[in-house]
Design a protein around this ligand. Structure first.
Ligand code: ADP
Length: 426
């Protein structure tokens, strides 16, 4: 900058000398000053042209202040180009990685239009990229469930999911995940194989249970005949009692396994009968009265006669009686049990509370797994199969309800079934 000023001062001094010689100092200095201004404007113009044409990284030769400016801009331009190249490489790598995923990934904008899709979207959802860019997702996926999934408002930590949807001979699991305030990511996965394996597993368990049913009945029958035999030697009395007890246990297990298989077999067909839960609870309480008397428990039952559920009465009977018998089984004698059925703003809720043995917190998340028991001996003593809560979970799932378990070891447990608001008439 200083050097430039000296240069211009020198040029003007020369102009002054020349003007003095030819006796036109003012005119010569004015002409030279105008020349300097025109040169500056020319340089500014060159820089502007260079900036406008981003692909051209070379500026015509310049000196002085403009040379420095050019050098700084060129350096910044080079850094910017390097960063751009890096980001483009990252983006390409990211897209390659996402494309390599076996799932279909589709990004949709605030208006439900496709922003980007990976290659697997073509095979799973029939969405082709870039041909379907800016097409509305709903227009390509004409499926009512899919439309609801995409238009459902979601909070940032929420995920909407369709467990299985049949599209073009495939069974697909679809998730909708918000990834910014207005955009969301649709992730689709082919679960046909998984469903087939699950079906094989369900069929296998159902077949084995079914095959065991008859031999068990025969065995139990013979054991009962032997038990009533008049000349039965003393040493056989105890073993036969045990055989009878164990065959009853096995019958319970087989019947629970068959029931679970039956529930699984019903798949997505949702039950839709109007169930008067208040009456159902009273029937269950009557049925378990002998068990209550046996253990000298006191029970309080509060039911809202108007609260009802649209579902399957037999399934709900099975789930609720499992929860109530568990409360009786897993509470020491003279315990307190309460059963509450009431309407809330989130829908009807059944709460079964006891002041029994309680459950250590690390078991809670696994309680609804098949054959999971906290205390195996205690469960067996009470005639448990380890399948009760698995049945409860399955039944509630079929009724779009949630099971919540709160428990403190040594203090008691509370099992709550939260049903969604019911649309059927009371
Ligand atoms: P089970 O036939 O063994 O009762 P469930 O599936 O009904 O099987 O329950 C699983 C386990 O959860 C039980 O073995 C028991 O340890 C525990 N459990 C269930 N309900 C209660 C309860 N109300 N209080 C304490 N433990 C419970």
């Amino acid at each position: 900058m200083v050097k430039d000023l000296w240069n211009y001062a020198a040029i003007l001094a020369c102009a002054a000398v020349l003007g003095y010689v030819i006796d036109a100092t003012a005119w010569v200095m004015l002409a030279v000053a105008i020349g300097i201004i025109i040169w500056q404007l020319h340089c500014v113009n060159l820089i502007q042209q260079w900036l406008d044409n981003s692909s051209d990284t070379h500026l015509p030769e310049m000196d002085g202040l403009f040379y420095l400016l050019h050098k700084k801009l060129t350096k910044r331009n080079q850094q910017y180009s390097k960063r751009k190249k890096q980001l483009t490489a990252y983006l390409a790598q990211f897209r390659k990685a996402v494309s390599a995923l076996p799932d279909a990934i589709v990004l949709i904008d605030a208006n439900g239009k496709i922003e980007w899709a990976n290659s697997h979207s073509a095979a799973l959802l029939g969405i082709r990229w870039p041909e379907d860019a800016s097409v509305r997702f709903k227009d390509l996926m004409r499926h009512p469930e899919m439309e609801t999934l995409v238009s459902k408002p979601l909070k940032s930590d929420q995920v909407a999911e369709i467990n299985s949807l049949a599209i073009n001979d495939q069974t697909i699991n679809i998730k909708s995940v918000p990834y910014s305030e207005t955009t969301r990511m649709i992730i689709a996965r082919d679960v046909s194989q998984l469903i087939k394996v699950n079906q094989l597993h369900t069929d296998f368990v159902a077949n084995v249970s079914h095959e065991l049913k008859t031999p068990l009945t025969v065995l139990k029958g013979y054991v009962e005949i032997l038990q009533t035999a008049k000349d039965l030697p003393e040493k056989f009395i105890k073993p036969l009692e045990q055989m009878n007890l164990q065959s009853v246990r096995m019958q319970f297990i087989v019947s629970d396994l068959l029931y679970l298989a039956k529930l699984e077999d019903k798949g997505n067909i949702k039950p839709h009968q109007k169930v008067q839960v208040a009456l159902l609870i009273n029937t269950i309480i009557e049925a378990v009265q002998p068990l209550l008397d046996d253990k000298k428990h006191s029970i309080t039952v509060e039911v809202d006669a108007d609260a009802h559920v649209m579902g399957a009465e037999t399934e709900l009977h099975s789930a609720f009686s499992n929860l109530i018998t568990n409360a009786i089984k897993y509470t020491q004698a003279e315990g307190k049990i309460s059963v509450l059925w009431k309407q809330t703003s989130d829908g009807p809720v059944l709460t079964v509370k006891d002041n029994g043995f309680g459950i250590p917190s690390h078991h809670l998340s696994r309680l609804t797994q098949r054959f999971y028991r906290v205390d195996t001996d205690r469960s067996r003593e009470g005639g448990g199969t380890g399948l009760g809560l698995a049945i409860v979970k399955h039944v509630l799932h079929r009724h779009n309800a949630e099971l919540d378990i709160q428990s403190t070891e040594g203090t008691g447990s509370t099992f709550s079934c939260q049903f969604p608001p019911q649309t059927g008439k009371a």
